[in-house]
Design a protein around this ligand. Structure first.
Ligand SMILES: Cc1ncc(COP(=O)(O)O)c(C=O)c1O
Length: 414
C-alpha cells in the first residue's frame, strides 16, 4: 500500500486541529472521504441531476443507470447473489429497522424468542426491543466471555429452546473490535431453524465480505463508514424472504398499481425504496467502492493489523491501562477500547484533541456492553487504511500528556 499516495487522496487529512496535524482515529464512527467520492457527488449534481425511475428524458435515464450500476457494484462487493437483493436505505440502522418492521411483523408471534448478543450497538437492539414489546416476544442475549468474545456454547444452549425465530448479531463489535465467527453463527442459527441477520456496519468497511459464503439471511451496513457519503445504507436480504415481506414505508416508487383503498407493489428491491433516494450519495458510494477495491480489502485488513498489533502491545504493557480486547489478536479488528486509571475517557478525549488526535469516548451506543464491562464509558481508537504508525506515536504521546496533567492534578488536590 502506498500510504502517502492514499493520504493525499483524502483532502481532510491535510488539515490541522488545534494547530497540530489531524490524527483521525474515530473511523468506527465514520470514515473520511477520498477526493474521488467528493468528485462523484459534485459530478452528479453538476451533470446528471434528475429523479430516478420516473422520467424518460436523458438526465433521468443517466441518473437511473448510475444508481443501478451502484447497486450491482455493491452486490459484487459484498458477494451477494444478485443486485435485486440489495435495498438502499438511509443507513445500517434503517436497514435493521426495515427487517424488524417488515419481516418481524409477519414472522414473530407471542412467545417467540429473538437472540441478540451482549455486544450489540443500540441500532441492533432497539428495533428488536420495539418488536418484542409489540409481539410479546422475548429477547435473549448471547453472553460475552471474560475474553471479550461471544460464548458460543451458551449460544448453543439458548438455541436449543427451539423458540428462537431470529438471531441478530454484529460481525464486529464497534466497542471491542472483536471479530465474531459469522459462518459458525449462521450455521448454528439455521440448524435451530432460525433466520439470522448480521450487522455488518463495522465489518464491511474493513474486511472482505462474502455473503454467499456466509449464507446469512439479512446483512446491514452503512456507506459513510466505508469512505462513502452519509445518508446511504444497505440492506441485503435473501431473495425468497424479501419477496414475501410487505413494504416498510409507503410512498412513491414502490407500487405496481394503486386503487383508492389498496395497492399492489413493485418487485424487490423497489418495493422497499419509497420516496426519492439519496441518488448522489448512492452514486458516490459506487466511487467509494472503486476506491476500496483499488486498494484491496485484504490489504486494508493487513494494514489495520499492522497498526493494531503495536497499539495493543503498548496498551497491554501499560499498567495504568485497562484494555477490552480478545487475547487472540486474530479476533481483533481495527477498533481498540480502553480506560486509563484515574482519567475519565472524556478527559482523555479532550486532551488527545489538544494534540490533534480524534478518538471517541463514551458508551458508543452500547450501554448493555458498558454494564457488562462495569464501566460507564471507554476511550476508543479506531483505524482505517489512511492511518500511520507515526500517528500512533502522536496518540501515545497524547496519552502520556494526559497522565502528566492528571498526576499534577492529584498532587495539587492531595
Ligand atoms: C456495529 C454497528 N451497528 C450499527 C451502527 C449504526 O450505523 P448507522 O448509524 O450508520 O446507522 C453502528 C454505528 O456506529 C455500528 O457500529
Amino acid at each position: 500500500m502506498n500510504l502517502s499516495k492514499i493520504r493525499r487522496d483524502f483532502p481532510i487529512l491535510s488539515r490541522s486541529v488545534r494547530g497540530k496535524p489531524l490524527v483521525y482515529f474515530d473511523n468506527a464512527a465514520t470514515s473520511q472521504k477520498p477526493q474521488a467520492v467528493l468528485d462523484a457527488l459534485l459530478k452528479y449534481y453538476r451533470e446528471h441531476n434528475a429523479n430516478v425511475h420516473r422520467g424518460i428524458h436523458t438526465l433521468a435515464e443517466e441518473a437511473t443507470d448510475q444508481m443501478q450500476k451502484a447497486r450491482s457494484h455493491i452486490a459484487s462487493f459484498l458477494r451477494a447473489p444478485d443486485p435485486s437483493t440489495i435495498v438502499f436505505t438511509r443507513n445500517a440502522t434503517e436497514a435493521i429497522n426495515l427487517v424488524a418492521h417488515s419481516w418481524g411483523k409477519e414472522n414473530i408471534r407471542p412467545g417467540d424468542q429473538i437472540l441478540l448478543s451482549e455486544m450489540e450497538h443500540h441500532s441492533n437492539l432497539l428495533p428488536w426491543q420495539f418488536l418484542a414489546v409489540e409481539k410479546q416476544a422475548e429477547l435473549l442475549f448471547i453472553p460475552m466471555g471474560d475474553d471479550f468474545t461471544l460464548d458460543l456454547e451458551a449460544a448453543q444452549r439458548l438455541l436449543a429452546s427451539g423458540r428462537i425465530k431470529l438471531v441478530a448479531v454484529t460481525a464486529c463489535s464497534n466497542v471491542l473490535g472483536t471479530l465474531n465467527p459469522v459462518p459458525e453463527l449462521v450455521r448454528m442459527a439455521h440448524r435451530a431453524g432460525a433466520t439470522i441477520l448480521i450487522d455488518g456496519a463495522q465489518w464491511a468497511p474493513h474486511l472482505p465480505t462474502d455473503l454467499q459464503a456466509w449464507d446469512c439471511d439479512f446483512f446491514a451496513c452503512s456507506a459513510h463508514k466505508m469512505l462513502g457519503p452519509t445518508g446511504v445504507g444497505i440492506l441485503y436480504g435473501r431473495r425468497v424472504l424479501l419477496d414475501r415481506m410487505p413494504p416498510f414505508l409507503g410512498g412513491g416508487g414502490i407500487i405496481r398499481e394503486v386503487e383508492r383503498t389498496s395497492a399492489t407493489f413493485a418487485e424487490v428491491p423497489m418495493k422497499f425504496e419509497a420516496g426519492t433516494p439519496h441518488i448522489a450519495g448512492i452514486i458516490a458510494f459506487d466511487a467509494a467502492l472503486d476506491y476500496l477495491e483499488s486498494i484491496g480489502m485484504d490489504q486494508i485488513q493487513e494494514h489495520e493489523k499492522s497498526l493494531t498489533a503495536p497499539a495493543l502491545k503498548r496498551l497491554r504493557e501499560d499498567p495504568e491501562v485497562t484494555l477490552y480486547s480478545p487475547s487472540d489478536p486474530g479476533l481483533q479488528g481495527g477498533v481498540l477500547s480502553f480506560n486509563l486509571r484515574g482519567i475519565h475517557p472524556h478527559d482523555l478525549g479532550t486532551i488527545l484533541d489538544s494534540v490533534g488526535v480524534a478518538i471517541r469516548a463514551g458508551h458508543h451506543c452500547s450501554q448493555i456492553l458498558m454494564k457488562r464491562l462495569n464501566v460507564s464509558a471507554t476511550a476508543r481508537a479506531s483505524f482505517y487504511l489512511y492511518n500511520t504508525e507515526e500517528e500512533l506515536d502522536t496518540f501515545f504521546q497524547g496519552i502520556e500528556k494526559a497522565k502528566r496533567i492528571f498526576s499534577r492534578g492529584r498532587l495539587i488536590t492531595h
